[in-house]
Design a binder for this molecule. Structure first.
Ligand code: PLP
Length: 386
């Protein structure tokens, strides 16, 4: 029986489902990126992005994936040989470290078990020991998409303050932006890195750097080589709503629509919806008698849930069977977690009924993969959503 018919559920923790309104905007005729229409759009997007990042300061938009925006944050703020403090919270923290090292930065990576977020007391301890202030930046992945564990960014900033340390705070908000609270200015983040294909409900293709005045100053002194990623010409052109090169204009038109949708619902309600859906998903996992990968309730992610696959089973097989039997794309285990977990994305464009469909479909797939879950989890998810 052919089962991959009907809507495709893209429940990877990014890319997420793209609403029809956004798809319609993508299909509009392409506009001239040097026109007044474009400039008006770009200036409106600037204001909209500032409201989502919760900042009064500039947000740079790149035609890039999240990785490009990671690189941009580093090359604008730092110089060859600079020390960076990082935390091994999962696969993405590790990839950001590797990228930094390829640029000649010296990264002190605090080891971790991938089941816990950053411990602010360790931030304070390491920075207090660095009396000569050799560490120039602290990097934190707010929501580790590989593990479903969040890190307490506000508390990391407080720990940096207690240590009296001037390092810049660079935060990856790639899978938290638009799905969970993030306060760029109030938490005094220096660069927040984001991208389009997660909480913003867009296809991949846009990367973001939200800046602080200290980050903009750092870019004047930093010596890592950069051209395409250089904030300075972009900031100069952005004043009039332009860019130094051709942006993916259709994606920007679509971004305007996704920002409008977030504003219509209101960010607090968006975050509450994500919290409810995450709690419902965890209730289903409990009903399946499977284990959550995240080991600390304070770190539970609102954007995704990583589920441990029982010994003797392969997580990759589970994602394959769920796709074949229910047309649901789940996230597979990444890096060290390959085969050991599967990840259910519940971020972006989602409602209660859709999530119930996902939970029922995953339960059916688990059974087909030989994992005898005792209940479908749908009733438990519904109860958690009341
Ligand atoms: N950081 C996090 C937390 C991510 O989830 C991802 C991708 O999923 C990235 C960085 C890399 O982004 P991209 O694949 O868009 O380059």
């Amino acid at each position: 029986m052919l089962r991959r018919v009907g809507p495709h559920f893209i429940q990877t923790p990014g890319p997420s489902n793209v609403p029809g309104r956004v798809l319609e905007a993508l299909a509009r005729p392409t506009i001239d990126h040097r026109s007044q229409d474009f400039s008006r759009l770009a200036l409106e997007l600037q204001s909209g992005l500032r409201r989502v990042f919760r900042t009064e300061h500039p947000v740079i938009v790149y035609p890039s994936s999240g990785t490009g925006a990671w690189e941009a944050a580093l090359v604008n703020c730092l110089s060859p040989g600079d020390r960076v403090l990082a935390f091994e919270t999962g696969h993405f923290a590790t990839l950001w470290r590797d990228l930094a090292e390829r640029h000649g930065l010296v990264v002190d990576m605090v080891p971790g078990d991938w089941r816990h977020g950053v411990d602010p007391s360790v931030v304070e301890e390491v920075l207090t020991r660095d009396a000569d202030h050799m560490i120039r930046a602290v990097t934190v992945v707010h929501n580790e998409t590989s593990t479903g564990v969040t890190s307490p960014v506000e508390e990391v900033r407080a720990a940096m303050d207690r240590a009296g340390h001037p390092a810049l705070l660079l935060v990856d908000t790639i899978s938290s932006l638009g799905s969970m609270e993030f306060e760029h200015d109030a938490w005094r983040v220096d660069v927040a890195v984001g991208c389009s294909q997660k909480g913003l409900m867009l296809p991949p293709g846009l990367g973001f750097n939200a800046l602080s005045p200290r980050a903009i100053e750092a870019a004047e002194r930093s010596r890592l080589s950069r051209s395409y990623w250089d904030w300075r010409p972009i900031l100069e052109a952005n004043g009039d709503g332009f860019y130094p090169y051709t942006l993916p204009t259709n994606l920007l038109v679509a971004l305007g629509v996704s920002l409008e949708m977030l504003e219509e619902e209101g960010l607090p309600r968006v975050f509450e919806r994500h919290r409810r859906h995450a709690a419902a998903t965890r209730a289903a996992v409990e009903a399946w008698e499977l284990e959550l990968w995240c080991a600390e309730p304070d770190g539970y992610s609102s954007a995704l849930t990583a589920v441990r696959v029982p010994d003797g089973f392969d997580g990759a097989r589970v994602t394959e069977v769920v796709l074949e039997s229910s047309n649901i794309a789940l996230g597979a285990g990444l890096g060290r977690l390959a085969g050991r977990v599967f990840r259910i994305g519940h971020l972006g464009y989602l409602n209660d009924a859709w999530l119930c469909g996902v939970i029922g479909g995953v339960a059916a797939g688990l059974r087909r993969a030989g994992i005898a879950v005792p209940r479908s989890g749908v009733d438990e998810a519904l109860a958690a959503m009341q």
